[in-house]
Design a protein around this ligand. Structure first.
Ligand code: TXA
Ligand code: MG
Length: 329
């Protein structure tokens, strides 16, 4: 059931988490399905509910940097700098894992979420919370409490923190290699990330921001040259983030022949690129905040096909193009 994140709601959530159960909670990116990160049984319950493949590891959410350090076997200087600059916030860092967490991986993905309800839950439970997005595996991530319940009706408790502000998942960066490797583009943009990390390896192996003035891959004018094909992150399966409807990503939706498409055909576009059933903002941040909610609405309206006007092929739109590409796969 959905409950308000007041004192009573938080108390109930803490009780469930301490008893090894799961709780869905809001973050600034998307809603998470949380469980005690040190309990193998509680984590197994997340995988069962989501029907998530066991090879896809979970992000561990913590309340402060000291707690993050304690879960890492090594905490590199770049992790400290990134934490300092971007936490709490939509950045996940992959570092070597300390002993004590269940599972046999030698790395762990960590983040401090920037949402007062998430932070309160982390502090009051005293637990590190493993939390993937609170949706069935491969479907669209939830940006409201109602989305969570629609996708995972068995979840015992959903804390309602209102619509998620970013609307798209965190950026995931692997700090166990040098230069750091981008595993998943997300709500934190690459420009900001590179200000701390310097050069970054992008999906596809391209090094971005290698030497000032010599960046053949992605110059800071926002141009994206290489798109990722080989994804090193275990969670980056090609089909992901998908609505029920067939999604077609088109460079010009008005030129797509409609004959033969499953109906009703819905159009998702953005300001300045024609009309549609859902017209999102031409600002990538605002577009991201509305994207999953729009896909949920079109699914609820029983669209057979969703024609999506492809956003510009620039770095500012990288995470959005990534998600749309997967939803269309
Ligand atoms: O914004 C977010 O990150 C949301 C909120 C709830 O925090 N969480 C989220 O979790 O998107 P999930 O499970 O849907 O995606 C986690 C991503 C996956 O791509 C997974 O493979 C990757 O992080 N990941 C987790 N642990 C990893 C590790 N040790 N090494 C490499 N990638 C890892
Ligand atoms: Mg997910």
């Amino acid at each position: 059931m959905i409950v308000a994140p007041d004192d009573a709601g938080i108390r109930r959530a803490v009780r469930l988490l301490r008893a090894g159960s799961v709780v869905a909670f809001p973050t600034e990116t998307v809603y998470g399905l949380g469980a005690d990160a040190t309990s193998a049984d509680a984590i197994a319950e997340i995988y069962r509910l989501k029907q998530r493949p066991s090879w896809n590891p979970l992000i561990v959410h913590v309340a402060d940097v000291a707690q993050a350090r304690a879960l890492a076997r090594r905490w590199p200087a770049v992790a400290e700098e990134l934490a300092d600059r971007f936490w709490p916030g939509p950045l996940t860092v992959v570092v070597e894992r300390a002993a004590g967490l269940p599972g046999d991986l030698d790395t762990v993905a960590l983040r401090i979420p920037a949402h007062p309800v998430a932070l309160r839950l982390l502090r009051e439970s005293g637990l590190a919370l493993a939390a993937p997005s609170a949706n069935r595996s491969e479907s669209i991530s939830p940006t409201t409490a109602q989305h969570v319940l629609a996708s995972l009706p068995e979840v015992p408790l959903v804390l309602d923190g209102g619509p998620a502000a970013c609307g798209i998942e965190s950026t995931v960066v692997d700090l166990t290699v040098s230069p750091p490797r981008l595993l998943r583009p997300g709500a934190l943009g690459l420009r900001a990330l590179r200000e701390v990390t310097g050069p970054l390896t992008l999906p596809g192996g391209v090094v971005s921001g290698a030497v000032a003035g010599q960046d053949d891959a992605r110059p800071d004018d926002g141009t994206v040259v290489a798109d990722g094909v080989a994804r090193p992150s275990p969670g980056m399966s090609r089909r992901h983030y998908a609505p029920r409807a067939r999604l077609i990503l088109a460079e010009d939706v008005s030129a797509v022949p409609r004959a033969g498409l499953a109906g009703p055909v819905a159009v998702l576009t953005y300001e300045g690129r024609g009309s549609g059933d859902e017209v999102l903002s031409a600002d990538p941040g605002e577009y991201a905040a509305d994207l999953y909610a729009a896909l949920h609405r079109l699914d609820d309206a029983r669209a057979g096909t969703i024609l999506v006007q492809a956003p510009p092929d620039t770095e500012d739109w990288l995470a959005i193009r990534d998600r749309l590409g997967r939803a269309a796969a």
